[in-house]
Write a protein of this length. Structure first.
Length: 174
């Protein structure tokens, strides 16, 4: 009896396919093609990786969008205290005939939507976006406000003003 060595990568690939199928069944998607194999319309959706960083008073959000036509397929919206970046990564091979059949598919395609909470008072004119070499950079200007230093508050008592720094002065024990 011939032994076949165990390949952990094959097992992980199968687990990934099974998980994708579970997600499609749970949250709805087009049914699998005959024979149970997924087609390009049933592969898991595209979720772009995000990096968020502070740059002075600004916050910069960078999304990986290689192969996406951002002018046609990406929308950025500010509404109700949320920044929403949505779009679609199209499969360029979807319209090919059977001669160009895909043998292995590890690239993800489909619609995506990423949402980020914004502080109160942020408007759409405070948001700028640029795209270069597969990276969409969205800058939200003036998100963080400079820290206001503590200020002394004057208290008048018995005709004489007293100044306190951040906490009440102890009452006289008399």
């Amino acid at each position: 009896m011939a032994r076949t060595p165990w390949d952990p990568f094959t097992t992980l690939a199968r687990l990934d396919q099974d998980f994708d199928a579970l997600v499609r069944r749970t949250w709805g998607s087009a049914p699998a093609a005959p024979g149970g194999r997924a087609t390009s319309r049933t592969t898991a959706g595209y979720v772009p990786a995000v990096e968020m960083r502070a740059d002075g008073a600004d916050v910069v959000i960078t999304l990986e969008l290689p192969g996406v036509d951002v002018e046609r397929d990406v929308d950025i919206e500010v509404a109700e205290g949320r920044l929403t970046i949505s779009g679609q990564r199209r499969d360029r091979n979807e319209e090919r005939d059977e001669a160009g059949k895909v043998l292995v598919r590890e690239l993800r395609y489909g619609s995506f939507r990423r949402e980020f909470a914004l502080p109160d008072g942020i408007l759409a004119d405070q948001v700028d976006a640029s795209y270069d070499r597969g990276l969409l950079e969205v800058r939200v200007r003036e998100v963080t406000k400079p820290a206001v230093p503590p200020q002394k508050v004057e208290i008048r008592s018995g005709g004489q003003p007293r100044t306190l720094e951040g906490r009440p002065e102890p009452a006289d024990a008399g």
